[in-house]
Design a protein around this ligand. Structure first.
Ligand SMILES: Nc1ncnc2c1ncn2[C@@H]1O[C@H](COP(=O)(O)OP(=O)(O)O)[C@@H](O)[C@H]1O
Ligand SMILES: [Mg+2]
Length: 320
């Protein structure tokens, strides 16, 4: 039996750029909050528009409505924070000379490509860990597909990488203990718990928990937002294949920006023909996964009034 969306703990909204991910995350978040769930909407897209869509400025974290909070992950700030945190973890446990070396390595690593991604990922895990204590539901308003799938595949990739680091560290420690035989001074050092190993193991545990959360059918769900156009459909198909590969549960598809039916003229006739063709493709590909169909509204989605229109449509269509 499929678990109702309203019992999920984490829901991801994904899809091609511009299809309506932020619109749907915000509206879904509002609806969840209205239903009494303490809800946090987290934007992982570096090009944030979560605060904007509520016509407010959340400056990282802020309340958006009763029961509803928003968080925009700022990659630059997170990278800095992450670096500082790692530095301070080592500060008290190694000598100043080694600390200098560690500092140098951390700085090199954190200006390297991929470092912002690591920091976003770390924050992403922080958010998952707030579920159940602070929030009933965390909604992720994600970056366009590629970026997000990479984020979701990281727990698995990083788990094997960190296992390797742990094995290496344990091996080095064993060698040190062997070398310490007969040297009381060295022995005293090697008998102490290894803080580096402890840090690695803590990180491994975090990755493991994140992975468990993401693949848990009861807890997590990935909802695609799609428009009845060629490229968004193609991108969604590809993304679904990857989710299946990583065993990430797919919760449904929202078709957004459907054309008005009351417009006359050759332009609209042509656009509607195309839309009909793509809609048939969507029905064929995703049929039973379709959760809701939303019309293209005459205005931008900006501010509560506009959002509430979408909320109402979702409420009518998402029944479970
Ligand atoms: N159903 C809709 N009707 C009218 N405008 C929409 C609708 N859905 C989205 N938009 C507009 O389309 C643009 C992109 O939407 P957004 O939710 O920011 O997409 P994404 O987060 O996927 O990039 C925004 O300007 C938004 O106001
Ligand atoms: Mg967006």
């Amino acid at each position: 039996m499929a678990v109702s969306l309203w019992h999920k703990k984490v829901i991801f909204f994904g899809g091609k750029g511009g299809v309506g991910k932020t619109t749907c995350s915000a509206s879904f978040g509002l609806l969840a909050a209205k239903r009494g769930l303490r809800t946090l909407v987290v934007s992982t897209d570096p090009a944030h528009s979560l605060g904007d869509i509520f016509a407010t400025h959340i400056d990282e974290e802020g309340q958006l409505a009763p029961n509803l909070w928003g968080y925009e992950i700022n990659p630059v700030k997170e990278s800095e924070r992450y670096t500082e945190q790692i530095k301070s973890q080592f500060q008290n446990v190694v000598s100043p000379v080694i600390m200098e070396e560690i500092q140098r390595q951390i700085e090199a690593a954190y200006s390297a490509p991929g470092s912002e991604e690591a920091a976003i990922f770390d924050k992403f895990i922080d958010m998952l860990e707030r579920i159940e204590t602070e929030f009933d539901l965390v909604v992720f308003d994600t970056a366009p597909t590629g970026h997000t799938l990479r984020l979701l595949s990281l727990p698995e990739l990083l788990a094997s990488w960190i296992e390797h680091l742990i094995a290496q560290r344990e091996k080095a420690n064993r060698l040190m203990s062997m070398a310490a035989v007969g040297s009381p001074e060295l022995k005293e050092k090697t008998d102490k718990p290894d803080p580096v190993l402890a840090t690695l193991k803590r990180r491994e545990e975090r990755f493991r928990r994140a992975r468990e959360f993401i693949v848990d059918n009861q807890a997590a769900s990935f909802i695609f937002v799609v428009n009845a156009e060629k490229l968004p459909i193609m991108e969604t198909q590809k993304a679904m294949e990857i989710l299946v590969k990583y065993q990430i549960p797919i919760g449904g598809v929202i078709v957004n920006r459907l054309l008005p039916t009351d417009q006359e003229g050759p332009f609209w006739t042509r656009r509607r023909e195309l839309e009909k063709k793509y809609m048939a493709e969507i029905e064929e590909q995703f049929g039973s996964l379709i959760l809701a169909k939303l019309p293209l509204l005459p205005d931008d989605i900006y501010g509560r009034q506009a959002l509430d229109q979408i909320v109402q449509m979702l409420e009518e269509q998402i029944i479970d």
